[in-house]
Design a protein around this ligand. Structure first.
Ligand SMILES: [Fe+2]
Length: 184
């Protein structure tokens, strides 16, 4: 599936603009993580872009989130590793990620929402004014953007062999590069 087809599919299923932006941010993050870790950039980016494909359909049933996406993508002949990474990323299922791609998506996708929250408390509300230091400080505040589950994000350094600071740096840069698309 090409990037263009994937974006079209995403927009067909997801009408919530905030979620589309979250998917674009996760795509950018996954692409840059793949680059850093010498992995398949297109594959990782596609997993990021499509990971919340069933969001609108499962909003009220978190236990179904990612399972419907799995069904849709399986039928579209998407790479099985992408499909499994997307299925596993919903921690509610309690499935342990195995491959590097699965581990990356599982442990880092919440970072994008966390970075949005940090940007929104800046006077300018702009990503360009966010620093890695800001992220590290806000991450320590347990009640700040509590939806960005610290216990999941804290798995990322060990999973990826990068420090939390490096991961935040990659995530922040990835999002700053597409700040116009993110409206931040
Ligand atoms: Fe997500």
């Amino acid at each position: 599936m090409s990037r263009e087809e994937a974006l079209e599919l995403l927009k067909q299923y997801v009408k919530d603009e905030k979620i589309i932006k979250h998917c674009l941010a996760t795509e950018a993050l996954m692409r840059n993580l793949a680059k850093r870790l010498n992995q398949d950039e297109e594959k990782w980016a596609l997993a990021g872009l499509l990971h919340d494909l069933d969001w609108d359909m499962t909003k009220k049933e978190p236990e179904k989130h990612s399972l419907i996406a799995e069904e849709i993508l399986k039928n579209l002949n998407v790479d099985p590793e992408i499909v499994s990474a997307i299925k596993i990323h919903n921690y509610v299922h309690g499935i342990e990620p195995q491959t590097l791609l699965e581990k990356a998506l599982y442990s880092t996708e919440m970072i994008t929402g966390f970075i949005v929250a940090v940007a929104l408390v800046k006077p300018s509300k702009k990503l360009k004014d966010v620093t890695v230091q800001n992220l590290l400080e806000k991450f320590k505040e347990k009640n700040f953007a509590a939806g960005a589950k610290r216990e999941i994000i804290n798995l990322a350094p060990q999973f990826l062999g990068l420090s939390l600071e490096e991961i935040f740096e990659i995530a922040l840069k990835s999002m700053q590069e597409i700040s116009d698309d993110l409206g931040l």
